[in-house]
Design a protein around this ligand. Structure first.
Ligand SMILES: [Zn+2]
Ligand SMILES: [Zn+2]
Length: 707
């Protein structure tokens, strides 16, 4: 008579076991090198086993290579579906051995549709059961886990499971069919091989980015003139602009400039206004990703990974949340009392605890399953032991949590109207009168402070300089990784859990490059071809409708079969459109692939002859290297390249050796920059194994190159 508890990942499973074990765990248990945990509670036997994320994948059950693939889809163990998932077999086998003969089953995976589906698949396909109990928790603290155990629901959360399963079917069906269609179209018409892909959210996302790229490419800058008055007030330079900040007519601008030249500046009017600024809403995943990008430069995916690790260590609540709510049940006071033990937060926590009432400001967005992201009652014992990025993110999350309880900041704006020979100039000041929440948000509360002295009508100001500036209107800004994720959220495309990964796929496929996102020629061509030949697929409406229906499945309002049938119909139509235009699509993309692959092989100019340095393959050594395309003209410049890596040109030249600097990417490692010359003096310091990642990855790699 053993109760089996299924956790989503080993770390989380271990936490669940330690929280629930009344007299500690029964020794170290493992099978196939995978740990599981045994303990007693209320005189009953328990075993906690861990999945390792999804242990099952969807797969086509027939061998048919064409498309559409609409039926004949089923769940198979991940280790059988894909080589890269081979490691999951030992988790599968461990659960199979240990959990087969349970008398009762509890799913304790993460509290979302993915977690519910992960647990259910383990339950039905490995343990052979059709129902179980469900523990729901949003933090992995001991207190919350015990509470969730005591209040677990007596059956599985079928709405979540159905929504999760439908999402997997939708994504899989759309992904396989459209990717197969693209790849087959290329295969038919082009000599180059390339795997192309697109997907249910990927298609519309690429389309949004491509539209922006075209808008920027087609942008024609318009000239305008600006009159800038530099004043010297109390020794500070203050800039005032002519009341029309863009003057479109040059003669007009020159006329005003002449009128104002060497004339005195007199204060004409001063307007002061006090206003309050409320603290920002509690973090959800999108605002956390935005702020982490803004302050630390982390990509959304990086932020998600770091946050996930903090969650697994019980330090913060579940991060894949879209909620901006902070319900009182999380225990504001208890959390603040726990964080008080961290020295740097002590004064802040004390101030908040002294308030007559703790009432957080909240945003509008509700997430049925979660609260917003907040620190828990289990802060790290020694914050310095966290990795640098984890420390930073944790600090950001704690400070945001503090600030939502604090009072609004009181600020004052001041507008000064200045008369110069009948022409009006304006300057604006802004200052904080009472810091309020900004004190709590600390370094992340950044607002411009332009403090102007007390001025009154009639004051004469000392003019340092008057400039007539010739300017051009700027194209719209590119999306950053954070701003495009925000845009997707706004348009209700994808989910909080998947957006970052889908964006990464576009990078992996060479459709987009750079932090400030540019769409490549290939990306533009794919977006164009899809829009031209398969317009339904680039259409956001379809994707958004599915998101809404998934939500309704979750709430039990509609059946998953209904949604899937509709999706199949839409997909058959899309596949038909693809087939009819296969030749045209193939021709257009084939040419784009050749150009993109060629571009990608170029690393920058040769330091000797100036021709392009190129990534080449040596049949003799069977290795990639970098050689000069002026080889035929007698230039023998060549450099070794790190193995098992991919490269991106940066259009920068090393000051020391004059070779191009490139970015090197290796799977699972941090990317790094290097110049091409292995003997360059810049690389002298590289041998020191000073960084953790250096020991195994970076330094070894570089020494290899040096040989
Ligand atoms: Zn050369
Ligand atoms: Zn160099």
């Amino acid at each position: 008579m053993t109760t089996i508890i299924i956790g989503e990942k080993p770390d989380a499973a271990f936490r669940i076991a330690t929280a629930l074990a009344e007299k500690g765990l029964k020794g170290k248990k493992s099978r196939y090198g995978v740990q599981y945990w045994e303990f007693q509670r209320d005189g009953k036997e328990y075993i906690v086993v861990a999945a390792v994320g999804h242990l099952f994948n969807l797969k086509q059950t027939t061998r048919h290579q064409g498309y559409p693939v609409i039926d004949n889809i089923g769940w198979v163990p991940s280790f059988k579906a894909a080589k890269k998932s081979a490691f999951s077999e030992k988790y599968f086998r461990t659960i199979e051995d240990v959990a087969k003969n349970g008398s009762e089953y509890i799913i304790a995976c993460d509290m979302d549709t993915e977690g519910s589906l992960i647990g259910f698949n383990v339950l039905r396909f490995i343990c052979g059961k059709n129902d179980g109990k469900r523990m729901l928790f949003s933090t992995l603290t001991k207190q919350d886990l015990i509470k969730s155990y005591e209040n677990m629901i007596q059956h599985l959360d079928w709405g979540n499971i159905a929504a999760g399963e439908t999402r997997h079917y939708l994504d899989w069906m759309y992904g396989i069919n459209t990717s197969r269609a693209l790849t087959l179209a290329i295969k038919k018409t082009s000599p180059r091989f390339a795997i192309l892909s697109t997907g249910r959210v990927q298609g519309p996302l690429l389309s949004i980015l491509a539209d922006k790229e075209l808008e920027i490419k087609e942008f024609i800058p318009k000239p305008y003139w600006q009159l800038q008055l530099i004043l010297l007030i109390n020794g500070n330079e203050i800039i005032a602009l002519y009341e029309e900040d863009k003057i479109w007519n040059k003669e007009n601008a020159e006329k005003i400039f002449k009128e104002c030249k060497d004339k005195s500046a007199i204060v004409d009017d001063v307007k002061k206004k006090k206003y309050t600024q409320s603290p920002p809403a509690p973090f959800n995943i999108t605002s956390l990703q935005t702020e982490a990008y803004r302050f630390f430069g982390y990509s959304p995916q990086q932020t998600l990974n770091i946050a996930q690790a903090l969650y697994t260590n019980a330090m913060i609540s579940y991060p894949r949340s879209s909620s901006q709510k902070l319900p009182p049940q999380i225990g504001y006071k208890e959390i603040l009392e726990a964080l008080l033990k961290i020295k740097k937060y002590e004064p802040l926590c004390k101030k908040l605890l002294a308030l007559p009432e703790l009432r957080p400001i909240e945003g509008k967005i509700i997430d049925m399953a979660h609260e917003s992201i907040h620190p828990t009652i289990e802060p790290p014992k020694n914050i310095k032991k966290l990795s640098g990025p984890a420390q930073k993110l944790y600090d950001l999350i704690c400070r945001r949590f503090f600030s939502v309880f604090a009072s609004p900041a009181i600020r004052e704006s001041m507008q000064v109207l200045i008369d110069v020979n009948g022409n009006k100039f304006l300057t604006n000041g802004r200052r904080t009168l009472e810091k309020g929440w900004m004190e709590f948000y600390g370094p992340y509360a950044k607002f411009d402070e332009i403090i102007l002295p007390d001025l009154k009508k009639g004051d004469e100001l000392s003019v340092k300089q008057l400039d007539l500036l010739s300017k051009q209107t700027a194209p719209p800004p590119r999306y950053s990784q954070a701003s495009i994720i925000k845009e997707l959220e706004k348009r209700n495309l994808g989910t909080r859990a998947t957006r970052a990964a889908i964006l990464q796929t576009l990078y992996d496929r060479n459709y987009i490059i750079d932090k400030s996102i540019s769409v490549t020629y290939l990306g533009l061509k794919i977006a164009e071809a899809i829009k031209k030949y398969v317009p339904d697929f680039a259409d956001e409406k379809l994707t958004r409708r599915f998101e809404k229906e998934l939500e309704e499945i979750m709430q039990g309002k509609i059946k998953k079969e209904k949604v899937l049938n509709k999706a199949k119909k839409a997909l058959i139509k899309i596949c038909d459109e693809f087939k009819q235009n296969e030749d045209e699509i193939g021709k257009e993309l084939g040419e784009a692939i050749i150009q993109t692959q060629n571009d990608k092989a170029l690393l920058g100019p040769c330091p000797k002859c100036g021709k392009d340095l190129k990534i080449l393959f040596s049949p003799k050594t069977r290795k990639f290297f970098c050689g000069c395309s002026g080889y035929k003209d007698g230039c023998k410049t060549a450099f070794p390249l790190p193995h098992n890596a991919s490269f991106q040109r940066l259009d920068k030249i090393c000051e020391k050796c004059k070779t191009p600097i490139i970015m090197v990417y290796r799977k699972g490692k941090r990317p790094f920059k290097m110049c091409l010359d292995p003997l360059c003096i810049e690389k002298k310091s590289w041998k020191k194994p000073d960084e953790k990642i250096g020991k195994k990855g970076r330094v070894k790699q570089i020494q290899k190159v040096k040989k």
